[in-house]
Every structure is written in structure tokens, then in C-alpha cells.
Design a protein around this ligand. Structure first.
Ligand SMILES: [Zn+2]
Length: 370
């Protein structure tokens, strides 16, 4: 396949196998779910790590449940990165949560773009929303250019990365700003964390890869910051300029190390479980990262059930091993926390009566990796 960013050849790095869609919980333990192939590829020309297979958007995002929306402690800070200088557009505005923050700060010309039905919630809050997918040629109103475009947790889902960036450039006035937030892939790369790979994220950005992409499309980076949220995310604020900018050279050693360690990772986690036949294991958190890891590493068979705090998930079945989702870790001996680092302590405090022990599911913490 051709690279989503530079069109060079992408070479296959890890074949994670064929799996059901992570966010679609099952109604029975033996549900016949649609499955798809997950192969991680890498472009050694521009450095972008990417999935080589795409689940069609209308299949992947059909019946999407927005109740998984998490509290975003860093959103308030990000809202202060931009100023109210005219039309501000948020691509992937979701339920309008970030638009609300901006409105509270006095922004008076806001527009959302959101393809899913969560757009209705944003509209219900009084925001104008265009209910559609965004890309090149989207902006057909040259008389009104935007002063700022926001895309938080969107770019990593987009099949046509260049079309998306050019679409943003089309919308913006010269000197206009773009605020982009994506998961930071450098942290998992350095920690051998394979749970962050999932079918919804087609591209995996490090700081330099993201900045290179912005520069290629005529943006000058003004500020950049990492936040401990949902694993780890990074935000970049950039300004549209009319000159080409230099590029970072990308070091291949990180991706080579990540790919090279996968067979050892598999060997180690299977050895951990195979030595503990008499122990009962559970997972806390029926989210996509747990689903990815359990399926990719083929370790769901060692677990008895999954625990989740979201009442809508209780009684459903997890798309890894078809395990039932319960509301408590019960009498399991070891409960693997599959929640983000910042929430692990909260889960432990919420379950004072649990007699077993908690440990992390995601690398590098957790007794599975000791
Ligand atoms: Zn490339």
C-alpha cells in the first residue's frame, strides 16, 4: 500500500491477526461478529506508522455509542491556547463539549463538524453543526474564512491524511491557527505498549511526525504539549504561513525496536499465564485497549470475566474471548486494570472489599511484564 502521508511504499511490520471490532460489545458469548485484519505498517520514507487495513467508516462507526465520552481535564487549558478572532470551527466536535468551553470564554462565532449522531447533542446545545465527514473540498464558502480550526482526536482516524490537512488549509485565512490533538505514539513505542493499536486509529504520530506533516502543509508550529490523558496525548498549535519549512529527520530505531520486541512480548505473557493454571484472572475495563491487547496477544483464554463501571455494558459480552461483563471483580485472584493510568487509583479505592490483587494490564507496569 501507499503511505497515507507521502505516498511511498508502506512495509508490513506486525500482523496482529483477524479480530472483531473492539467497541461493539456482543449480546451473547458466541456472537458471530464481523472480523477484520489488523496489520501494522511503517513508511520508512516519512516515518509514519499506520494500519494497512481499513474497516469501512459506515461499518466501523455505525451505532456508535457516545456514552464512552470521558472527562477531559486538559480541555480547559487547551481552550486558552486560542483567541476569539473570528470564525472558529471544530472538526469532530462530538457532543459540543469543547465548543461549550469556548463559548464560556466569549467565543461568539462557532461552528461544529461532526458525522455521527452525537452532532444532534451539540445542536441541541445551540451550536450550528454540519453533519458530515470532513476532507479536501469540504469548505465551499470562500467568502467566510475561518480564523481557527480545531481537530481533537480526529486526525488519527482519517484515511486521507493529506486531504484532511489541505481541507483545513482551505478553510483558514492566512495567519489562521490550527489546534490539533492526537494520541502520542512515542510513549507506547518506548514502552512496548501494543494495546494502543486499534482499528479506529489508522495513523500513529510522534511529535516530529506530526510537526513534519504540519510543515509540509504550510503551517508553522507555535506550541506543543503532552497531556496524561487516555494513555498520553499531544496537542499542537500551528499558524498558516506562506513559506515551506524544514523537516525533522526521523530515526527508525524506535519503530524497529517496537516491532522487534513483539515476539518476545508474546512469549513472556504466555509464560506468565501458563505457569498459573490455578489462579483466576479478571480484567477491569471493557475498553478498546484491553480488547486489542487480549486479542492481539491471544490471551483472552486465560481470563474468566471482564469488569466495568458503565451500567450500559453490564451483562454484555466482550469482543475478546466472548467474556461476560460484570460489575465487580468478585472473587477473582488477580484483576488486571485496563483503565488509563490516571484512573487506576480511583478503581482501587472504589473496590475496598476486593480480596485479590490489582495489577496493570498495559505495559510497562503490571506483574505480567515483571
Ligand atoms: Zn510516508
Amino acid at each position: 500500500m501507499n503511505c497515507r502521508s507521502c505516498m511511498s511504499d508502506v512495509s508490513e511490520q506486525i500482523d496482529f491477526g483477524t479480530h472483531p471490532i473492539s467497541h461493539k460489545l456482543w449480546d451473547s458469548e458466541s456472537e458471530v461478529a464481523m472480523s477484520h485484519t489488523v496489520r501494522l505498517g511503517h513508511c520508512f520514507a516519512c516515518g509514519l506508522t499506520q494500519l494497512m487495513d481499513e474497516v469501512p467508516e459506515d461499518v466501523l462507526y455505525a451505532e456508535y455509542d457516545p456514552s464512552g465520552q470521558k472527562h477531559q481535564p486538559h480541555a480547559e487549558e487547551l481552550s486558552k491556547w486560542i483567541e476569539n478572532k473570528g470564525l472558529t470551527v471544530e472538526i469532530g466536535c462530538n457532543d459540543g463539549g469543547f465548543l461549550e468551553l469556548l463559548k464560556r470564554r466569549g467565543f461568539d462565532s462557532l461552528l461544529g463538524i461532526e458525522p455521527s449522531d452525537t452532532a444532534d447533542i451539540a445542536m441541541g446545545k445551540g451550536f450550528p453543526v454540519i453533519k458530515d465527514y470532513f476532507g479536501l473540498g469540504f469548505w465551499q464558502r470562500p467568502s467566510k474564512q475561518a480564523k481557527c480550526v480545531i481537530a481533537r482526536e480526529v486526525l488519527e482516524h482519517v484515511p486521507d491524511v493529506n486531504g484532511f490537512m489541505r481541507g483545513i488549509s482551505e478553510m483558514l485565512d492566512e495567519g489562521g491557527k490550527v489546534l490539533i490533538e492526537v494520541p502520542d505514539f512515542e510513549h507506547p513505542l518506548r514502552n512496548g505498549d501494543y494495546s494502543v493499536i486499534w482499528e479506529e486509529h489508522l495513523s500513529y504520530f510522534t511529535q516530529h511526525i506530526l510537526e513534519n506533516l504540519l510543515m509540509k502543509h504550510g503551517f508553522r508550529v507555535l506550541r506543543w504539549k503532552q497531556f496524561d490523558y487516555s494513555g498520553r496525548v499531544m496537542a499542537v498549535l500551528a499558524e498558516k504561513v506562506d513559506c515551506a519549512m524544514p523537516y525533522y529527520l526521523i530515526d527508525d530505531s524506535l519503530i524497529n525496536g517496537y516491532v522487534g520486541l513483539w515476539p518476545t512480548f508474546l512469549e513472556n505473557v504466555h509464560r506468565y499465564f501458563q505457569n498459573r493454571y490455578d489462579v483466576s484472572f479478571s480484567v477491569y475495563g471493557a475498553g478498546c485497549r484491553a480488547c486489542s491487547l487480549l486479542n492481539f496477544a491471544d490471551i483472552a483464554k486465560y481470563f474468566h470475566f471482564v469488569v466495568d463501571d458503565n451500567s450500559k455494558r453490564i451483562g454484555k459480552f466482550f469482543p475478546a474471548g466472548g467474556m461476560e461483563i460484570l460489575n465487580s471483580p468478585g472473587d477473582s485472584d488477580v484483576c488486571f486494570l485496563a483503565v488509563n493510568e490516571e484512573n487506576e487509583r480511583k478503581v482501587i479505592e472504589r473496590n475496598p472489599d476486593f480480596k485479590g490483587r490489582f495489577t496493570s494490564l498495559f505495559p510497562p507496569e503490571g506483574e505480567m511484564y515483571a
